[in-house]
Design a protein. Structure first.
Length: 214
C-alpha cells in the first residue's frame, strides 16, 4: 500500500463559490456591494499566491482502516488527505489581528473554496486511476459526516501518512492546517453509496449558505 502523493498542481478559485460561502449570489438573492467585489478580487489573487496544494492517498481495502467497521466488506477503498498548506491561514490571522476583518473573512472563504477544489482534484485523480482499470468510484465520504464518527480521523491518519504533506491532527482530531480535507472513496464496478458521503445534498438544513442547490 504505497501512498500516492501529488503536489504543486494548479487550481482555480471560483469567485462564484467564494460569494456563495459568504451568503451572496443567485441562490441567496443578495448582491454584494462594490467594496466587497474589490476585496474579493484581491482575496482570490492573494490566495493564489498563498496556497500550496498537496494530496496523498492510499489504495487499500475497507477492512484496513484501524479499529473501524464503517467500510467493512468493501474490497477497495482509497483513503485520502489533502491540503492547501498553512500560509493562507497565517495571513487570515494576521489580517484579523490588524483590524482588517473584511479582508480576513473573504480570504478565509477563498481558502475554503481552494481546499475543496484540491479535494476535487484528488477525487478526479482517484477516478482516473480506477477508470484505467475499468472501474468506477463512489462519492467522497469524510469523517464527521453521516455514520463516520469524527473520532475515526485518527484511524485514517494511522493508515495515510499525511505528515508527508504537512498535515497532522490536533488533540480533538481536527486537521492542522485547518484548510485540509480527508475522505474515502469506494472503488468497484458498482460502487456503494456512502452513508457518510460528504455532500450538502444529504443534509436536511435548508438555511445554510454552504448548501449546494440542485
Amino acid at each position: 500500500m504505497d501512498p500516492v502523493i501529488q503536489k504543486d498542481f494548479n487550481i482555480a478559485i471560483e469567485p462564484r463559490e467564494v460569494k456563495r460561502l459568504l451568503g451572496y449570489g443567485e441562490e441567496s438573492g443578495r448582491e454584494p456591494r462594490e467594496r466587497f467585489e474589490e476585496v474579493l478580487v484581491e482575496a482570490i489573487e492573494r490566495a493564489g499566491k498563498l496556497v500550496s496544494p498537496a494530496g496523498i492517498y492510499v489504495d487499500a481495502s475497507g477492512g484496513d482502516l484501524p479499529g473501524s467497521t464503517v467500510f467493512d466488506g468493501l474490497e477497495r477503498v482509497a483513503y485520502c488527505v489533502c491540503t492547501i498548506g498553512p500560509e493562507l491561514e497565517g495571513e487570515v490571522s494576521r489580517l484579523s489581528g490588524g483590524d482588517e476583518l473584511l479582508r480576513a473573512v473573504v480570504l478565509d472563504a477563498a481558502g475554503s473554496v481552494a481546499a475543496e477544489t484540491v479535494a476535487e482534484y484528488m477525487d478526479r485523480s482517484i477516478q482516473d486511476m480506477a477508470a484505467a482499470e475499468g472501474l468506477k468510484t463512489s462519492c467522497r465520504a469524510s469523517p464527521g459526516y453521516g455514520d463516520w464518527d469524527i473520532r475515526e480521523q485518527r484511524a485514517l491518519f494511522e493508515l495515510v501518512p499525511a505528515g508527508r504533506i504537512g498535515v497532522r491532527l490536533s488533540e480533538s482530531a481536527m486537521m492542522i492546517p485547518r484548510k485540509s480535507v480527508s475522505f474515502a472513496i469506494h472503488i468497484d464496478e458498482h460502487p456503494a453509496r456512502m452513508r457518510s458521503e460528504n455532500s450538502c445534498r444529504n443534509c436536511d438544513r435548508t438555511d445554510c449558505t454552504y448548501r449546494l442547490l440542485e
